[in-house]
Design a protein around this ligand. Structure first.
Ligand code: SF4
Ligand code: SF4
Length: 300
């Protein structure tokens, strides 16, 4: 039976049922091996990855984050000229997931958040006048997915717990908050610089490169992070991600989340004064040279 609410969908082709649901809403659905549509969902993918998904998958595959990004993902723009996201790259020349096998998902224990949620979609929202985000859900009904006809009903919250998505959401909350804050603050924050967009990408998706950056002398020269906090941040990928979200609040929104070294502030001032003096000296020298060359030209 077709869903009567589908007629009011803003985008008639969209499989997302236009209703915003809370966690206690019922979900009638079951996916099971042997169902006639087995693997249909994994044959045509469009899966955005969270930073937590990337950590779990690159650990599962035993890859460094940069190798995982290069081989298994494609970047995309989450908003025009804004923050970038990362999607799972399908098989060469096709749309199927590279992890799909006849038996099912070959990375099942570490499958991405979107795969765990399906056929539920997470809608994280933040109102312009609110400082916190809210989590709602929507149901995705695609014609090929027969799981909706299976006689099993539970709440969305129970389904989330069953699919192990609660811990994933919690670990990725800081990342979603950065995106929501960027989107809801609009022009007041302005367009982030190319450098801060690069830092966002490295921090959120390329965790092994971010680790090297945090452990570098350059980082220690600018940020005054107690050794204990530094060690706790470097101890594992997920701890490093949490530190990264904190770091990005400073980079993107100017919040003071990590103290700056006072000597680095002074050093930066001294460097800027030195730079200004050099520019003025070079301009004066150029002027003097032009005067000399100008004289020679007249003489000829
Ligand atoms: S990661 Fe696994 S569940 Fe997700 S699309 Fe690929 S094969 Fe399917
Ligand atoms: S029931 Fe839906 S989620 Fe499960 S295999 Fe079929 S298409 Fe995929």
């Amino acid at each position: 039976m077709s869903d009567p609410r589908a007629d009011s969908a803003p985008f008639p082709q969209s499989p997302v049922v236009p209703a915003t649901l809370e966690g206690l809403a019922p979900l009638t659905f079951r996916c099971r091996k042997g169902i006639a549509c087995w693997n249909a969902c994994c044959s045509n993918i469009d899966i955005a990855l969270t930073p937590v998904d990337i950590v779990r998958l690159k650990q599962h595959l035993g890859l460094a984050s940069w190798d995982f990004l290069k081989d298994y993902t494609v970047p995309y723009e989450m908003e025009k000229d804004g923050l970038a996201g990362v999607k799972l790259r399908p098989v060469d020349g096709g749309s199927a997931c590279r992890f799909m096998t006849a038996e099912g998902c070959s990375v099942y224990d570490d499958r991405p958040t979107a795969c765990r949620y399906y056929p539920v979609a997470l809608l994280a929202m933040r109102k312009q006048d609110e400082a916190f985000d809210r989590q709602y859900y929507a149901i995705v009904r695609e014609a090929h997915c027969l799981g909706h006809a299976e006689p099993r009903t539970q709440t969305i919250d129970a389904y989330r717990a069953e699919q192990g998505v609660v811990a994933y959401d919690e670990a990725a909350r800081g990342w979603r908050q950065l995106i929501l804050k960027k989107k809801s603050s609009g022009p007041t924050i302005g367009k982030p610089s190319k450098r801060s967009l690069e830092l966002f990408f490295m921090t959120c998706y390329d965790v092994d490169r971010f680790r090297a950056f945090v452990a570098s002398e350059a980082f220690a020269g600018v940020f005054d992070l107690p050794d204990e906090e530094l060690r706790a941040a470097l101890v594992d990928d997920l701890a490093l991600l949490q530190f990264g979200f904190r770091f990005l609040r400073q980079v993107l929104f100017g919040e003071t989340t990590i103290a700056l070294r006072s000597d680095s502030v002074e050093q930066r001032r001294a460097r800027m004064a030195e730079q200004r003096a050099r520019v003025e000296r070079e301009a004066a020298e150029r002027l003097a040279r032009d005067d000399d060359e100008g004289g020679a030209f007249v003489d000829l």
